[in-house]
Design a protein around this ligand. Structure first.
Ligand code: TYD
Length: 220
């Protein structure tokens, strides 16, 4: 719905992919392109995006824990992020660019860790319910840009990176399961996803990102 103050409709775009797929620079470029169109941007990330959720991020990336604790902390962070950052920004009419969202939970906790997908779906329904609206309306991204890259190639890119966190330190098989789970998420909701072949020169990837946003009419 368009807001009374800006006349613009809030848009939520998430960015996904296995570690090393190279989404960060494109998020920044897209933010600039949208600002040039007069849009107001909220740039944020998960886990994180609020003071509380950033504390949970530190725990998630560095402290040992079991799979259920991990899943619950991810959703606890998301709840705070939605309530205090994302929903208010969308209500103002912002374009919210979110570096990872719930698809990452299905990919990493579901695919990677093997955590129960039904439990994740239940948490998704509870955490992402949009208050004040009719029952069963769940907040999902309007567009999910998925940087698809073979885990073998991502591993080479990550090898030069800084000290790995708890996820980046996982073996290749973990990322194969994560990548497969992203594919399943796309198949379950193909209209929401733009799959980008991330095994191309950066300029080609950027072109594909722009095309995905243009196809929705959000860039000329
Ligand atoms: P990432 O987004 O890759 O940030 P950076 O580029 O700074 O490393 O790191 C976040 C990590 O958290 C990533 O390895 C995926 C993981 N993660 C989950 O396991 N579940 C989730 O629900 C989310 C949002 C992220």
């Amino acid at each position: 719905m368009a807001t009374a103050t800006t006349g613009k409709t809030g848009i939520l775009i998430s960015f996904e992919g296995i570690d090393g797929a190279g989404k960060s620079t494109h998020i920044e470029s897209l933010a600039q392109a949208l600002r040039a169109q007069g849009r107001t941007l909220t740039l944020t990330r998960e886990p994180g995006g609020t003071p509380l959720a950033e504390k949970l991020r530190l725990l998630l990336l560095h402290d040992p824990m079991d799979a259920m604790t991990e899943a619950l902390l991810v959703f606890a962070a998301r709840r705070d992020h939605l309530q205090t950052c994302i929903e208010p920004a969308l209500a103002r009419g912002d374009v919210v660019l979110c570096d990872r969202f719930t698809d990452a939970t299905f990919a990493y906790q579901g695919g990677g860790r093997g955590f129960d997908l039904e439990m994740l779906s239940y948490l998704e329904q509870q955490v992402q319910v949009r208050q004040g609206l009719e029952a069963n309306l769940i907040r999902h991204p309007d567009l999910t840009v998925w940087f698809d890259l073979a885990p073998e190639i991502a591993a080479v890119r990550l090898a030069d990176a800084r000290l790995p966190d708890r996820f980046e330190a996982q073996p290749l098989e973990f990322f194969s399961r994560v990548a497969q789970a992203y594919g399943q998420r796309q198949q379950a909701d193909p209209g929401r996803f733009a799959r980008i072949d991330a095994n191309q020169p950066r300029e080609s990837v950027w072109l594909a990102v722009q095309q995905a946003v243009q196809a929705r009419g959000w860039l000329p």
